[in-house]
Design a protein around this ligand. Sequence first.
Ligand code: C5P
Length: 214
Amino acid sequence: MAHIVITSGPTRQYLDPVRYLTNASSGRMGAALAQAALDFGHQVTVVSGPVSVEYPSQAKVFWVTTTQEMLDATRIAFSTADGLIGAAAPCDYMPEHVEKNKLHKTGSDISIHLMETPDIVATLAANKLPKQWVVAFALETEDVRFRAIVKLSRKACDMIVSNSAQAMNAEDNNVEVILRGGTVLDQFYGPKPLVAAGILRLIEKHLIAPIAIA
Ligand code: C5P
């Protein structure tokens, strides 16, 4: 049995106490992956941003809001885990300042300076133990396979699941799974639980089984 950490859902970056940046990630893919990992007999920890999707009751769930909080919680969970699946859609930018009070209209335009947030998958993959593995997702609108392979290598992950923007907030997904080195392993299309089971089968074969044998 492996201990698998799954990041899931969006994060939020507040501008002021009532307004925030976010995206349409529903957490459905993360929930489906959690169920598939449990079905394979693994222990599952989910680190989730704010979503209304229900995670399987056998999974331990840590709720977070910002990308930094997701990184902190995932780092702790991953320190005693075997693998990480980055299915979340964390905000890539955060406002430099979060206003203490609600921003009021003044009659003129305002600009907000955004800073990059940390990349959870890349940070944890860069510091992982040799027996740990990291799987990322890549959501692209064009040159989907090429960009996924570039991301796989840039983020030093062991496997990447590339999907297109239709996956966001949808019931179905259409993915291609690529192993480190750029080998395209398989494609899955259909309801997210079915796609998640296919991805877990490949994780089992290419990432979990070789470590169990070693
Ligand atoms: O670079 P991009 O956001 O497309 O990469 C997607 C992958 O990186 C996903 O696995 C996502 O969970 C992860 N990611 C992350 N931290 C971020 C942004 C993306 O872990 N700040």
